[in-house]
Every structure is written in C-alpha cells, then in structure tokens.
Design a protein around this ligand. Structure first.
Ligand code: NDP
Length: 394
C-alpha cells in the first residue's frame, strides 16, 4: 500500500482526498498539505480524520523537500496552482519521488499555457528514474485519453478533433468561476488558438462561436479557446489536419467578464495601490466566491467530450466520446461541484495507475502517451462513465 502526498487543499484537492480514500487497497496513507492549514483541517474533518495534514508553501522548493522527507510519499499529486508546478517538480527531483499534476506550469507574470517548461524536465526525470504525469484532470486529462482510445480502437486515421466543454450548471451567483478564478480568467481572456494544416492560427479572445447540441444538456453556444491539451495532442496524434477546443459560457458570465476587463480588473501586471503593489486579478480573486464553496448551490450538468472525425476501414467516421456529470450527484458523494469532481477523479485514477505501475515509465509524459484502456475502465468504475455517440460524417 502506498503513501500519497496531495498538495493543494482547494476544490480539486478535496475531491482527490475523498476519491483516494475510496480506494484504500492502493492509497494506504493519504497526506494533504497546503498553504493555509485551516483548509486542510476542514477537509480532514469532512473525512472524519482519516488523513494526515501539514502546511507548506510549495513556491519554496526547500519547504516541499522537507515535507517529502518528513512523510516519505511514493507520489506527489500537485493540485495547488500551475505556478507551483516547477518548484514541486524540482522538489521531486531532489528527493526522487514521482509527480502528477492537472494543469501546465504558468509563470505568474505572463499567461502562456504551454508545456515547454515542463517538457524541459524530461531528461532529468528519466535520469533520476522518476516519472511525471502531466495534466491528469478532465481537460486536459480525460480528453487526451479519449483521443488515445479513439486512435487505438475507433479509427485507422484521425483527421479532425473538436474538444467540447459544456457546463450547464447554475451556482446561483451573479459571477463566479468553477475552478480557481485567477487561472480561469487568465485562460478565458487569452487569445483563441487552434491548429490546422500544420500551423497554429490565432483569433481574438472569444471571437469565434458555434452552437452545439450536447447530449443531456441541449443546445449551447461554445466559444473557441486555446487549451493546453492541443499542444500535446498535435505532437502525439499523427496525421491530424485540425484540432480545436470549445467551451460554453452563459451570456451573464461573459457580460461580467467584459466589464471586469474593461475596468482593468483582469490585469495580471502589478499596479501601485496606496503605496504598495497589487495585481488586480489577484485582488479580484480575493473577492470572488471560492470554487470549493459553490458545491451546495450548484445544480445542473456538465458534458465534456471529444468530437472526432477520421477514417475507419476505408470509410469516413465521426464520433463524440463524452461524459455527463451531475453537479448535485457529485455534491452528495464528495461535497463538491462537478468541475472539481471531474478534475479530482482523473487525478486519483492517474495516481492509482502510477502507484500500481500500470502506467509507469521514467520521464515526463502526457496522458495520451499511455495505454488508454485501464484509464477508461477506471473512469466507468470511479464515477465518470463515458459513452460513444456515432455521428454522421461530413
Ligand atoms: P483552488 O483555488 O480551489 O485551490 C488551490 C489550492 O492550492 C488552495 O488551497 C491554495 O491555498 C493552494 N495553494 C496555492 N498556492 C499554494 C502554494 N504556494 N503552496 C501550497 N498550496 C498552495 O483551485 P482548484 O482546486 O479549483 O484548482 C486546483 C488546480 O486544478 C489548478 O491548478 C487548476 O488549474 C487545476 N484544474 C484543472 C482542471 C482540468 O480539467 N485539468 C480543471 C479545473 C482545475 P490557499 O487557500 O492558501 O490559497
């Protein structure tokens, strides 16, 4: 039985804790550490004391090294923020422990959403004999695994991929984000980007929109955005002609966002305020509801999946592989809304596959580089069942 160290006691961290405790035959010992100990204490109380907690500022490599030395985990699951990816990877290198995360590294002063910095660790992880699994959430994460599954079982050649992320949930707040507000707003306000015929194409933020008819939640407007899994899927799905990412937003969300942008509240550069420097987006985050607090109030469903077109046995084929998740069902099971749930469950599954050595190779890897079958089986088993819808090819 293994010891897992989870860093980050937010919405996703809480779900990872609950799901690991559901699989005691793998996760014998669960440790949760975060910057604010009180948040760990709250989760520890929810699970009736079945975890050990600790405090860490994971921006400080030496603090994480000491934490790892104290608890001796077999794996570190990083569900803090993307800013902590590289310092935690450095601590794993220093101590020889495996690493998993759900979002790519972001430098605090620039919204980039790219894997370069983490891919640069490949050789060092390989030489140290340790493994990093990048992006084991839903998107990225499950969406990468859906593509790998389609490549293995459903197509001889994949030509077009559209990743579709719809949230038809209503949290009853005028404006709130379902995961960390700072990262969410950085992502949504960035230029759109997609890959077509061998090159990246850029659009104005949220300038391209299409309506999709989503299973179980119906017609929704989805906006073209850049998302990090596009970068790795372009590398790992040969023969692709185009890949894009779409996310739905309500008109109310977009109106609030536009106003916040117009008045400068989404800026990530420091400004002078009463004699000190503050980053407007960080201040905004402090006044918005915490994602972890939305659970009790959120109703409705999410539908996230991959619409894939290509060739199978000489004929055109088009499918939609997807999961539908119900916010209230998630809350009943683990006390969180579906966005935290759909991220935390795949993080637990990725951790389980690494610890049982089903997915284990020294180096730094994206999800689609492993056999998708055991992951797909575990999605059905641990709360994120998937379906395949056969569509009419163009
Ligand atoms: P939250 O803001 O709810 O939680 C983040 C937690 O990390 C907080 O408890 C925070 O502590 C802690 N933290 C921040 N900085 C540090 C630090 N320096 N040292 C230790 N702990 C720190 O975010 P979410 O739970 O919603 O998101 C967690 C991660 O999951 C993010 O990286 C997000 O991008 C990713 N994500 C991935 C998705 C996917 O599908 N792949 C989807 C949704 C999220 P404090 O309270 O003190 O600030």
């Amino acid at each position: 039985m293994a010891t897992v160290l989870i860093i980050g006691a937010g919405g996703v961290g809480s779900v990872v804790v609950h799901k690991c405790l559901q699989v005691p035959e793998v996760f014998g010992n669960v440790i949760l550490a975060s910057r604010t100990l009180a948040k760990c204490e709250r989760i520890q109380a929810q699970v009736k004391g079945r975890i050990t907690i600790d405090q860490v500022d994971a921006d400080q490599v030496e603090q994480t090294v000491a934490l790892i030395g104290k608890h001796r985990p077999d794996l570190v699951v990083n569900v803090a923020l993307p800013y902590q990816d590289l310092p935690i990877m450095d601590a794993c290198l220093a101590t020889g422990v495996d690493y998993l995360d759900t979002a790519n590294y972001e430098p605090p002063d620039e919204a980039r959403f790219c894997y370069k910095w983490q891919w640069d660790y490949r050789q060092r992880f390989e030489e140290r004999g340790i493994m990093a699994l990048l992006g084991s959430g839903f998107d990225p994460g499950v969406t990468n695994v859906f593509c790998a599954y389609a490549q293995k079982h459903l197509f001889d050649e994949i030509l077009y991929i559209d990743i579709l992320d719809a949230n038809a949930g209503d949290h009853g707040q005028p404006f709130a984000t379902n995961f960390n507000p700072e990262i969410n707003i950085r992502e949504v306000t960035a230029p759109g980007r997609y890959w077509e015929e061998g090159e990246w194409k850029t659009t104005e933020p949220l300038a391209v929109c299409q309506e999709y008819d989503f299973p179980e939640i119906g017609r929704k407007k989805a906006y073209l955005m850049y998302h990090e899994e596009l970068e790795s899927l372009v590398e790992h799905i040969p023969g692709l002609k185009r890949i894009r990412f779409w996310m739905t937003f309500s008109d109310q969300y977009l109106t609030h966002l536009r106003v916040l942008e117009n008045v400068g509240m989404t800026r990530i550069d420091p400004i002078d305020f009463e004699g000190r420097k503050i980053v407007p987006l960080k201040f905004l985050k402090a006044v918005l509801p915490e994602p972890a607090s939305l659970g009790p109030h959120t109703k409705g469903k999410t539908c996230i999946g991959c619409q894939i077109e290509g060739i199978k046995e000489g004929r055109p084929r088009k499918v939609f592989i997807y999961n539908v998740c119900d916010h209230q069902a998630c809350y009943r099971e683990v006390g969180s809304q579906a966005i935290s749930y759909t991220t935390g469950v795949p993080a637990m599954i990725g951790a389980k596959l690494m610890l049982t050595r089903v997915w284990r190779r020294p180096g730094v890897w994206n999800m689609e580089q492993f056999d998708p079958d055991p992951f797909m089986e575990d999605l059905n088993r641990y709360g994120l069942p998937w379906r395949i819808l056969e569509l009419h090819p163009r």
